[in-house]
Write a protein that binds this ligand. Structure first.
Ligand code: 5GP
Length: 247
């Protein structure tokens, strides 16, 4: 069981809870099994999701860090429990799209599944009460949530993360369609990749069958296929040694 009873809850998201860490520089992020869609209109508990996502996120952050992008990740102390740097999160969802699908196809006249070359970087304001509206630089600056320099840096880092992850997934027979990431700043204002990257926050298609291997299954009501899909990503991305670590 996860020992969280005496921990100070700092923030509760839809699928994760953030607690005060051992010192003021650290937080503990707990990955839960909760899954929501449609602005929280649907809410289910998906057994094993927290376990799988926490291990996948740790592995992905390690790969990204090794490729030269600073991340919040410190250590997965046990499944579902991640030690991370405490950051001031920037309320922007940075979305990178390699193929047009999802909300971009509903909002603009893109044909579904059109390749986007170069990849498209989109920024949404992370605010449930406004339904995460799409930002532009002028609005982000007027809201005071980021400077021009920071917005440029977020785009540069997002594209770098895209290149790293595209290759990482290609190597295991998966197409990275799109994904959402979030960033935060340390006390000196340095920008780090934060939050999570997992099948909850990416669209992933099997390169051979084009089957979905991500949260889109849940959004489409195929709840019984979700965990099997996440497990498939886990099986392909983790080595046997890595899988044995938390078994
Ligand atoms: P779309 O804007 O097409 O719905 O989503 C684009 C990509 O960003 C998808 O991979 C989707 O999973 C991810 N994404 C967008 N908004 C959110 C969000 O609020 N939470 C999570 N976990 N992922 C999101």
């Amino acid at each position: 069981m996860i020992k969280m009873v005496n921990e100070k809850l700092l923030y509760e998201g839809k699928a994760k809870s953030v607690y005060q860490g051992e010192n003021d520089e650290e937080v503990i992020i707990k990955f839960r099994d909760d899954m929501t869609a449609g602005d929280g209109a649907r809410h289910e508990s998906m057994g094993q999701k927290g376990y799988l996502n926490s291990i996948l996120c740790a592995k992905i952050f390690e790969i990204i860090e090794e490729a030269g992008v600073k991340t919040q990740f410190i250590e997965l102390t046990e499944p579902c429990v991640m030690k991370a740097m405490k950051l001031e999160m920037i309320p922007i969802e940075v979305i990178v799209r390699n193929i047009a699908t999802g909300s971009i196809v509903r909002k603009f006249p893109f044909e579904d599944k059109t390749p986007l070359n170069p990849p498209l970087v989109q920024m949404d304001f992370k605010a449930d009460e406004y339904h995460d509206p799409m930002l532009n630089d002028a609005i982000a600056k007027a809201l005071g949530i980021a400077t021009q320099e920071e917005l440029d840096k977020l785009r540069e880092l997002a594209l770098k993360v895209n290149e790293i992850m595209k290759k990482m997934f290609k190597d295991i027979g998966i197409i990275l369609v799109d994904f959402k990431i979030e960033f935060g700043k340390d006390k000196e204002g340095n920008i780090y990749l934060g939050d999570e990257i997992s099948p909850d926050s990416c669209r992933l298609w099997d390169a051979e069958t084009m089957d979905m291997l991500d949260k889109e299954l849940f959004r489409q009501g195929k709840d019984d296929e979700v965990i099997e899909a996440y497990q498939e990503v886990y099986n392909r991305l983790l080595s046997d040694e890595e899988k044995a670590k938390f078994n």
